[in-house]
Write a protein of this length. Structure first.
Length: 311
């Protein structure tokens, strides 16, 4: 039987119904950003926005539990509550169980309360010991050989943090770094790129850059990225791993075709437009994206390394 209350029991459904309105209300009341919640769950800020707007009424139970952890609330508070059916009237008066049996539920309740308190205390400790910055990478799932792909690293300054920090990204072997905003610090290495963000300012910091895939990459190749953020306070240095997607598949799909169905549909064109506007001057070809969207689709010519529009 399905567990509508969403309790963490053995055999519970791996899919749960979430209440996006409740998630947004709790997050804003606790003054948490979508970027912070996304970094805890391991998804993008766009995904968090879709959940809060109830565009995905059901999600994986594991992700729902991570959202509840980020918001510091029990899982049940972010699940959609279904109206309970009225209980039937008992046919006879209940038989009072022996004293030992009556004590069992009480012992169980005390044990659960103790466990819950320990979990909450652990969450508070983990947040108190967290770094003042969280960073998450946004990366398209697909790309094509000889074509540019966009990458963004979004850094959220928490608790009024205004100190400077360093962002390092390790790019796949053979790939070429094209351009970035803000500019890189120092020389661009064969595998590592660095940005130095000076102290001051407030709010999130967005680092946008483009990479060129090698023309000789065969279809089905995978490219892995990794990175870290470095924060210094006097003589102490804190390092954290950049969260978010870290793998891209080179399969002849355009980076704007996020579901890989061979066309850029209405749900994909607006995010692509906003990204091209944010990354203006970094080489992204908006004209090709708009042409594919206006057509029936596209196919990849692996010989010429170009996208061909399907009329």
């Amino acid at each position: 039987m399905e567990n509508p209350a969403g309790k963490n029991e053995r055999g519970a459904s791996p899919i749960v119904a979430i209440d996006g309105t409740a998630i947004k209300k709790i997050r804003e009341a606790k003054k948490l950003t979508q970027l912070y919640v996304a970094s805890v769950v391991g998804v993008t800020t766009d995904t968090i926005s879709r959940w809060e707007n109830n565009r995905y009424p059901t999600i994986k139970r594991d992700n729902a539990e991570k959202v509840a952890t980020a918001l510091e609330v029990p899982l049940g508070e972010i699940l959609r509550q279904e109206p309970e059916a009225p209980e039937p009237e008992p046919e006879a008066a209940p038989i009072t169980p022996p004293r030992r049996q009556r004590l069992a539920p009480l012992v169980l309740a005390v044990g659960l309360a103790t466990l819950l308190a320990a979990l909450v205390f652990g969450v508070v400790l983990s947040r108190r010991g967290a770094a003042e910055l969280t960073a998450i990478r946004e990366l398209p799932p697909f790309g094509a050989a000889g074509q540019l792909v966009p990458v963004q690293v979004k850094v959220d300054r928490r608790d009024g943090e205004q100190g400077g920090f360093i962002v390092k990204e390790r790019i796949p072997a053979g790939w070429r770094f094209a351009a970035s905003n803000p500019p890189v610090a120092g020389e661009v290495g064969a595998r590592e790129v660095k940005w130095l963000i000076p102290p001051g300012g407030s709010g999130p910091v967005v680092i946008s850059y483009t990479l060129m895939a090698p023309r000789a990459l065969p279809l089905g190749s995978r490219a892995d990225l990794s990175g870290e953020i470095v924060l210094s306070h006097g003589s102490s240095t804190r390092r954290g791993t950049i969260a978010g997607p870290a793998r891209l598949t080179v399969n002849g799909r355009h980076w704007a075709d996020t579901n890989g169905d061979g066309r850029i549909d209405d749900n994909e064109i607006m995010p692509a437009y906003y990204l091209c506007e944010e990354m203006k001057g970094l080489g992204l070809d908006w004209k090709t994206i708009e042409t594919i969207w206006s057509s029936a689709g596209y196919r990849w010519n692996d010989t010429l390394k170009v996208f061909e529009v399907v009329k």
